[in-house]
Ligand binder design. Structure first.
Ligand code: PEP
Ligand code: MN
Length: 265
């Protein structure tokens, strides 16, 4: 069980300092699944910033099920994220898939994401643990809570105390109406077991944009510290995860709805 006080993950953004943690305001991370081009990432950054998000998410290196699907623009996408950070003042969260890219990602990202598929890539965990940027550790789609906490422990044991745990849905038996099963019970359970900050990603959790707002509200009711929401200026044309992405207008509405629930945005 948890020992001691809730830990705080402090991030210095261009114009403000934000803190992930139990006793701090809700932090919202928003943006497209993939960084597709300069216009879309800069426009998304402006819109989600205006709505109250603190971080822009966007993949440069994408873990796709099919090798023939869009794999991300890689290094050039990192440059676009750096530009979006500069124009918006948002922090950047992006995924590392391969340790060879880690230094370059760490140069532009404020928080480094380890995706569900790499949650038990122990050599990668040791490497993100040996650098100083905070790490967002997504739950593997078939990982128990114990597996997940032990994966976090690899990062902590390697010397990096700044880990955020992100629930993004697990595999159960029905994929017909939802992509995954969003396990919101992790919020109180993790609170009991660990001092680490918690994030909920309803977008990957349910897989369909129409279901995202309810689950975002439910996550706040459960007590999450932060949310990750996929937002795309034109979901129908998205190169990945369009069906689960909110439009910027829908995201605006959601942010207003969230403010009503409690934990101030
Ligand atoms: C993502 O955040 O776009 C992503 C690939 O997430 P996950 O690792 O949870 O599937
Ligand atoms: Mn995605």
């Amino acid at each position: 069980f948890r020992h001691g006080e809730a830990s705080e993950v402090v991030v210095n953004l261009p114009n403000e300092t934000v803190v992930f943690g139990e006793h701090h305001p809700l932090i919202v991370v928003a943006g497209p699944c993939s960084v597709e081009n300069e216009d879309m990432i800069v426009e998304t950054a402006r819109r989600v910033k205006a709505a109250g998000a603190k971080f822009l998410r966007g993949g440069a290196y994408k873990p796709r099920t099919s090798p023939y699907a869009f794999q991300g623009h890689g290094e050039s996408a990192l440059e676009l994220l750096a530009k979006a950070r500069e124009v918006s003042g948002l922090g950047i969260i992006t995924e590392v898939m391969d340790a060879v890219d880690l230094d370059r990602i760490a140069e532009i990202a404020d928080v480094i994401q380890v995706g569900a598929r790499n949650m038990q890539n122990f050599s990668l965990l040791k490497k993100v643990g040996a650098q100083s940027k905070p790490v967002l550790l997504k739950r593997g789609m078939a990982a128990t809570i114990e597996d997940w906490l032990m994966a976090a422990e690899y990062i902590l044991a390697a010397g990096n105390p700044n880990v955020i745990l992100c629930e993004r849905g697990i595999r159960t038996f029905d994929r017909q109406y939802t992509r995954n099963t969003l396990d919101l019970s992790v919020v109180p359970v993790l609170r009991k077991l660990t001092h680490l900050p918690i994030m909920i990603d309803p977008s990957h959790g349910v897989g369909w944009s129409e279901f995202v707002p309810s689950m975002a509200m439910a996550a706040i009711a459960a007590g999450t510290d932060s949310l990750m929401i996929e937002v795309h200026p034109n979901p129908a044309k998205a190169l990945s995860d369009g069906p689960q992405s909110l439009t910027p207008d829908r995201f605006d509405n959601l942010m207003q709805e969230l403010a009503v629930i409690g934990k101030a945005v």
